[in-house]
Design a protein around this ligand. Structure first.
Ligand code: SF4
Length: 273
């Protein structure tokens, strides 16, 4: 038994999401072995997870049983997999909750949106391709520089592997996006690096969603020592303009995360309902 993995019995599979673009959140895990220092989920995690961020998680193994029932009776909508954890952290190889969830949700008429940092998502490429009309997949890239990634997301897969996975997904006809962020002042805000990411997206027909770092209180002890500067509005206004302009140069569609709900509403609800 792995003492860093605590199994608990879930009471619900689909929860309310705080994100406007989602109707439901599906989180089989609480906490995340990728251990990103900037993760907003630190603030939302139980003490045992928060105090051991990146090394202890909670798993809800009965969540698929619950999902079978809820997917039949809940109002149809958009489900985020996962919103406060990474669905493809290494422990998913043992539990294999995500492919079952995609199948159940798709079969019952839900739209699924998946966000990860792991190329392990490719293990499910057959299921993703089969259901591609009703899902999208996003992979987060904060920086192409391995040393920056290692500093702020110490146990997450290398950026190059994430790009390879995105490319394969996009070339399989799956609706694919890259989450560029969080952008942190003095850590990953170099425009040359951002331009390389945007260029990659342009070459591979991948949309970008981007946003800045929000320094929730739980992140502060973990962010200490990264050299980050608390972002100010002038810095962000300039970043925002630069990102839009670089995306324009490479013909890449880009949306600020907090405006994503408008994009999703017109695209998904228009088609589904
Ligand atoms: S991969 Fe996502 S959920 Fe996991 S620690 Fe990093 S930001 Fe948080």
């Amino acid at each position: 038994m792995n003492e860093n993995v605590i199994e608990i019995e879930a009471r619900h599979a689909l929860g309310k999401s705080g994100m406007k673009e989602l109707d439901y959140a599906f989180n089989p895990y609480l906490g995340c072995f990728h251990g990103c220092r900037y993760c907003y989920a630190i603030d939302m995690s139980p003490d045992a997870v928060r105090e051991n961020w990146g090394t202890k998680i909670i798993v809800r193994p009965n969540i698929i049983e619950l999902l079978e029932r809820e997917a039949r009776i809940y109002r149809k909508g958009v489900v985020g997999i996962s919103t406060i954890t990474d669905p493809y952290q290494y422990i998913e190889m043992k539990y294999r909750i995500i492919p079952a969830a995609i199948e159940i949700l798709s079969r019952n008429g839900f739209y699924v949106t998946i966000q990860t940092k792991s190329p392990m998502v490719l293990k499910d490429i057959a299921i993703l391709e089969k259901n591609k009309k009703n899902l999208d997949v996003g992979i987060t890239v904060t920086s192409l520089k391995p040393e920056v990634s290692r500093m702020v997301e110490p146990y997450a897969p290398a950026p190059a592997k994430r790009l390879d996975a995105l490319k394969k997904l996009s070339h399989s006809g799956i609706n694919t996006w890259l989450y560029l962020g969080p952008l942190i002042q003095n850590v990953n805000d170099d425009l040359d690096g951002i331009e390389k990411i945007v260029e990659f997206c342009g070459e591979n027909r991948i949309r970008i969603i981007y946003d800045s770092f929000q320094d929730f209180s739980g992140t502060l002890p973990y962010m200490a020592g990264t050299g980050y500067i608390r972002s100010d509005q002038r810095w962000w206004n300039s970043m925002d303009n630069n990102i839009k302009s670089i995306c324009g140069k490479y013909g890449v569609s880009c949306t600020l995360e907090r405006d994503e709900w408008k994009y999703e509403l017109s695209r998904k609800y228009g088609k589904l309902f």
